[in-house]
Design a binder for this molecule. Structure first.
Ligand code: ME8
Ligand code: MG
Length: 501
């Protein structure tokens, strides 16, 4: 079974922030979950380098756009390496193969007669890289999200969206699960209710150099959204020339559903006679004290700093546990600290540490093979089932909640059985062995369950447990119980948190 997953590609006008990091971590957890089940995954992410916004940022710094993009893209690559994002291919829209693909697509639409040349006057939001109309005003003003809105008037090339609207609506109406969460469906259907204006897909080169020239008029470059959306198909090619498009799952944030991914993209695909993506998941926003994170208000959180100070896996856990997929969430260092000390330190870290330590103390590090406690096995089974059912609908918070129920159950089990008391009575030695064997095996199971979310921690757990064979959700039924453990090292040591951020 194959699984092709994509994320939005980030503008490189600034460095990666917490919102970018969340989206890539979410997609990564979904990709790793699929791989753990033995599916053949193709995970695509990358950066969006063209357009007015990036060109402006470069110009302000007195830098050439290409060289500015190289540097900024480096920060994204570094961030994703730090966070363990296991992408299979990384998109750069400045790459030759992408440019060729965009030009092919434009040529095809031009030949079909879906593109016309005409004079147009209108408003343009540079921050969103999109045309806006007076209908988008709220109380006579442009909403904050548009940033600076400028007036433009020039002849340009336009793509006839309206031609494909009816067909797309029909498909969307028939496919209830296309968009997740379901409450976004009506928003999108409403946006498709009325006739659509033509989409301006060009910018005169005299005004904007930084883009892909139109194949049928080199005096113009391609509108950045038309260019960027095509990344999903231009980078879907495998070695050997097979194109994997359509994606099974596309992951985006709520601000780029309408019009980009809910209107433009499906209509472009229909016009190009290409299949539609199978599903779209729309995540919410990370906010700080109820406000969308933004650089201008000084509330952009730097994910690199957090990952470096407190550990990439702890940070991944916080993101995936704290946000209910599809909804907004509030970031705070206090909230992160709470999760770190309680869920990670006291629950998971403590469970592994005491289990491995007791195995050393009471059994010299070795446990003879034998049976394990059935109640722990039943609880493990419940966590496994809950994880799978949650991950099939992309609810990482619920998957982790299920795993932590099991982690806490194991800690209570140790309290109840009190191996430290059994160790004092030689008659209880085989019972002591069974208790430790059971919890050790539970720890192996936990390491497999957390692997999509915390891959480094999962491996470190197995190192301490002395399990070096390849284990995954795929061999859940026959996971080994450790027989010889390695040295115990705290997974999540106490750290000083900096609450001033
Ligand atoms: O929109 N919380 O790029 P981008 C959660 N280049 N997600 C957030 C967020 C926040 N505070 N802020 C941004 C673009 N995002 C285009 C995409 S795709 C063909 C082109 C998410 O850098 C946002 O919703 O502004 C989007 O999915 C992604 O980060 C990139 O945003
Ligand atoms: Mg944005």
């Amino acid at each position: 079974v194959r699984f092709f997953i994509t994320t939005a590609i980030d503008y490189v006008n600034g460095r990666p922030h917490l919102g970018h990091a969340y989206e890539k971590v979410l997609a990564d957890a979904l990709a790793r979950y699929q791989r753990s089940l033995g599916r053949e995954v193709y995970f695509l992410t990358g950066v969006d380098e063209h357009g007015q916004k990036v060109a402006q940022s470069a110009r302000r710094l007195g830098r050439a756009a290409a060289e500015f993009c190289d540097e900024m893209t480096g920060y994204f690559l570094e961030a994703w390496r730090t966070l363990g994002i296991s992408y299979d291919a990384f998109v750069r829209t400045t790459s030759a193969k992408h440019k060729l693909y965009v030009r092919w697509a434009l040529q095809k639409l031009h030949e079909k007669g879906d593109i016309t040349f005409k004079e147009h006057e209108g408003y343009y939001s540079v921050r969103q890289e999109q045309f806006v109309t007076e209908k988008d005003m709220v109380d006579g003003k442009w909403p904050e999200i548009f940033g600076e809105v400028i007036r433009t008037s020039e002849p340009n090339y336009f793509f006839n969206l309206e031609r494909y609207r009816g067909k797309w609506m029909e498909i969307l109406k028939a496919d209830e699960g296309w968009i997740v969460p379901a409450f976004r469906r009506n928003e999108l259907l409403n946006a498709l209710e009325h006739p659509l204006d033509d989409l301006c897909i060009s910018r005169p080169r005299s005004r904007l150099e930084w883009g892909i020239p139109l194949p049928f008029d080199e005096n113009y470059v391609t509108y950045v959204w038309f260019d960027a959306l095509l990344n999903y198909a231009s980078f879907a090619d495998e070695a050997g020339g097979i194109n994997r498009w359509p994606a099974d799952l596309q992951v985006i944030g709520k601000d780029i559903l309408i019009p980009a991914h809910g209107v433009y993209w499906p209509l472009m695909l229909l016009a190009l006679d290409l299949p539609l993506p199978r599903r779209l998941i729309v995540h919410g926003w990370w906010q700080v004290r109820g406000q969308k994170m933004s650089k201008s208000t000084g509330t952009a959180v730097n994910p690199m700093e957090l990952a470096q100070k407190y550990g990439a896996d702890a940070f991944r856990y916080y993101l995936l546990r704290e946000m209910s997929t599809g909804h907004d969430a509030d970031f705070s260092v206090e909230g992160f600290h709470q999760r770190y000390t309680s869920d990670l330190g006291n629950d998971l870290g403590n469970l592994l540490q005491r289990t491995v330590s007791m195995t050393h103390r009471y059994l010299n590090g070795s446990v003879p093979t034998g049976g394990v406690d059935s109640t722990l096995e039943e609880q493990a089974e419940a966590a496994f089932r809950e994880l799978c059912s949650a991950m099939e609908v992309y609810e990482t918070h619920r998957a982790l909640e299920g795993v932590w129920k099991f982690v806490r159950f194991c800690n209570r089990y140790l309290e109840d059985k009190a191996p430290w008391k059994m160790a004092k009575d030689a008659a209880l030695s085989s019972l002591l062995e069974e208790v430790l064997r059971s919890v050790l095996k539970a720890c192996v199971r936990i390491s497999v369950l957390i692997e999509p979310f915390m891959p480094v921690t999962a491996l470190e757990m197995r190192r301490q447990l002395g399990v070096l064979t390849v284990v995954s959700l795929l061999n859940w039924e026959e996971l080994p119980a450790p027989v010889k453990v390695s040295d115990a090292v705290p997974l999540f040591p106490r750290l000083d948190f900096d609450f001033s951020e």
